[in-house]
Design a protein around this ligand. Structure first.
Ligand SMILES: C[S@@+](CC[C@H](N)C(=O)[O-])C[C@H]1O[C@@H](n2cnc3c(N)ncnc32)[C@H](O)[C@@H]1O
Length: 291
């Protein structure tokens, strides 16, 4: 069964999600990207495509994360193209490997960020990848700071700003380690109204040999660093991509991080994934409102 398009101003979404069978199909404005657990292309999916689908790419999950998907049917997608999500535009590149440019499971969180900001508020997007959260905050009128270890992803982020007629010169980019920068911002007295925390499951930071960050063990520390630079009345969006933690234990870790930062007055709201991903709630989301 195919999940219908989530709305008229969204043309990128998960068309099929079946973790048990190990088949995931994403649509990017008439192009399908199929991922499978098994190393064979599921040919019946190519036959099941609706008429408007012009090309089908495939990536087996046994390949390295950076492997590029292969074209299996239809037009080649050698050049980047843009998709629309809740009216925002994002640049997609099937030849980039790792991920084509946005994580579709974050659609509702991106909208939450755009809806939460007021013009002129400062928003910090850590582990930003291609800056999709920054774009949504900027569309809401925020002055954004986009932080990632990778210069290439920061540049991709600026392309996303331009795709939305947003001027990169009005925003900030920081290349570096989120943990180090959160400490630096606190030392310098820099603060933000909103902060997005969406780290990878493991991260080593910018220097070799540094302690490895593990979502399951170290999330509270990350939250407490963010709590040190969030303004009173602001918010922290906490996300974690992990099967190993329940939504309840993730929420407890977030609360522990807030208390470690001596922040007593806060309210937590748990959110689930977009409906087409349900049944496999690996993405944990807790929104923290700080008093
Ligand atoms: C899972 S992606 C984040 C997805 C992103 N939040 C989004 O919504 O598209 C992980 C990103 O974190 C970055 N990263 C990994 N370790 C980091 C660190 N210690 N400091 C800053 N960025 C880091 C990677 O370069 C990558 O772009």
């Amino acid at each position: 069964m195919l999940t219908p398009q989530p709305g008229p101003d969204t043309n990128a979404w998960r068309v099929h999600h079946d973790a048990r069978a190990g088949v995931w199909v994403d649509e990017f404005d008439g192009r399908w990207l199929i991922q499978t657990q098994r190393p064979e292309f599921p040919r019946h999916w190519a036959e099941a495509r609706p008429e408007h689908v012009q090309s089908i790419y495939w990536k087996g999950r046994e390949k390295t994360a950076s492997a590029v998907p292969e074209k299996m049917w239809g037009d080649s997608q050698n050049d980047p193209f843009t998709v629309t999500e809740n009216g925002a535009r994002f640049v997609i590149d099937f030849s980039a490997g790792y991920s084509p440019g946005i994580f579709l499971d974050q659609r509702e969180n991106r909208k939450r960020v755009r809806d939460a900001v007021a013009p002129g508020e400062r928003v910090l997007n850590t582990f930003a990848y291609t800056g999709a959260f920054s774009v949504m905050a900027a569309l809401g009128g925020a002055e954004t700071t986009t932080l990632d270890l990778s210069a290439r992803y920061l540049d991709w982020g600026w392309d996303n700003f331009r795709a939305n007629n947003l001027d990169p010169d009005q925003h900030h980019g920081v290349k570096g380690d989120a943990f180090e920068w959160l400490r630096t911002f606190a030392r310098k007295g820099r603060s933000f109204h909103g902060i997005v925390l969406d780290p990878p499951t493991f991260s080593r930071g910018s220097k070799k040999g540094k302690k490895v960050f593990k979502t399951d063990e170290d999330y509270a520390e990350l939250v407490s660093l963010a709590a040190g630079v969030v303004e009173p009345g602001g918010w922290i969006l906490c996300c974690a991509n992990t099967h190993r933690m329940s939504a309840g234990s993730f929420e407890k870790e977030v609360a522990r991080g807030m208390r470690e930062a001596n922040s007593r007055d806060f309210r937590l709201t748990r959110h689930s994934m977009p409906s087409e991903f349900r049944g496999d709630d690996y993405l944990k989301t807790v929104w923290v409102d700080v008093s």
